[in-house]
Ligand binder design. Structure first.
Ligand code: CUA
Length: 338
């Protein structure tokens, strides 16, 4: 049976399947294509045969009247109906499987924008254009778009979902083989649509554990700052990736010359950053509303320091928010699913 599936993938130039749904989706795809091909061939064959068999042999000849029996008509109608309803039932079950995540699924937030895919993990880590997941664990993607309609497409997982601004959609998958799989945007979304691609990196359980530890360092004040930013809700208004939100982004802020609403310029150093936490509406950055509450008495000095360290660590303009490179990837043979 698997040989049939492999032959089909070869014929249609499909990448190998690397998720739990890939095989059954291919089977459905394969059966729909084969049945429709066979039926089309049958119809064209019949047309050809009728043309030969009943062509007019002399002028004025009347063609024979051909009538199907009730049984023939009944069989054709029920046959077609049953086939299509069956495909629908199978397809709907697959759709439900892909849109309903099991309760133990790991959540990843997917935010699409012109022209990148941004992934935020439940523990606060973030990556651009790279989605790192463990093999064999169900993943729930909670997806939205920041600007226009994009479509999240991972061919190897047989996974495709439109993401729409202002709406959240969930999608679930379980990767079956460690490796790197391309992500594409499958909805024309502007001039750089074709550059809007990324990669799903599927790691073995051990590599994933190592990667998680590397990206969320247990020590380090900046790492602690990230926890504080999440705990104290800083990230509700300040992004870590340079995006403008309710407040200025933390990325690229430290060391920059900030223009205030009263026209003054200040250097965003440790002092300014701390003042902004304690008396946020005294020196408001130009273009933002003075809506931030004071954190005087809420943030401990250690927490304020950690936040400053976090902002300092986000000095550079590009790269991953975590600033930690991915560990070397080891891909186990092509052994397939365990
Ligand atoms: Cu995003 Cu095309």
């Amino acid at each position: 049976m698997n040989e049939v599936l492999e032959l089909f993938r070869l014929l249609f130039n499909l990448p190998p399947g690397a998720s739990t749904v890939a095989d059954e989706i291919d089977w459905l795809h394969f059966s729909v294509i084969s049945v429709t091909m066979v039926m089309s061939a049958y119809v064209f064959g019949a047309v050809f045969w009728f043309t030969v068999r009943w062509h007019r042999k002399r002028a004025g000849q009347l063609t024979e009247r051909v009538e199907a029996t009730r049984l023939h008509e009944g069989l054709i109608i029920t046959g077609v109906l049953v086939t299509f309803v069956l495909w629908w039932v199978i397809g709907f079950r697959q759709y439900t499987k892909m849109t309903t995540a099991p309760p133990d699924a790991q959540t990843v937030y997917v935010d699409a924008k012109q022209w990148m895919w941004k992934f935020v993990y439940a523990d606060g880590r973030a990556e651009n254009d790279t989605l790192t997941v463990p093999v064999g664990k169900p993943i729930k993607l909670v997806m939205t778009s920041r600007d226009v309609i994009h479509s999240f497409y991972v061919p190897s997982f047989r996974l495709k979902q439109d993401v729409i601004p202002g709406r959240y959609v969930a999608l679930s998958f379980t990767a079956t083989k460690p490796g790197r799989y391309p992500i594409w945007c499958a909805e024309y979304c502007g001039v750089s649509h074709s550059n809007m691609h990324g990669e799903v990196v599927v790691l073995s359980a051990e590599d994933y554990a190592r990667w998680s530890q590397a990206t969320v360092p247990p020590g380090g004040l900046a790492a602690r700052g990230k926890e504080v930013a999440t705990k104290r809700q800083c990230v509700a208004c300040h992004t870590l990736d340079g995006q403008r939100h309710v407040g200025p982004s933390f990325r690229g802020l430290y060391g920059s010359q900030v223009v205030l609403s009263d026209g003054r310029h200040v250097l965003a150093d440790e002092a300014y950053l701390t003042r902004s936490m304690m008396e946020p509406n005294v020196e408001v950055v130009d273009g933002f509303k003075p809506v931030m509450p004071s954190y005087q008495g809420t943030l401990t000095p250690a927490e304020a320091g950690a936040l400053v360290e976090l902002i300092k660590s986000l000095r550079e303009e590009s790269g991953q928010a975590s600033g930690v490179a991915l560990p070397t990837l080891t891909i186990e043979g092509d052994g397939g699913a365990p």
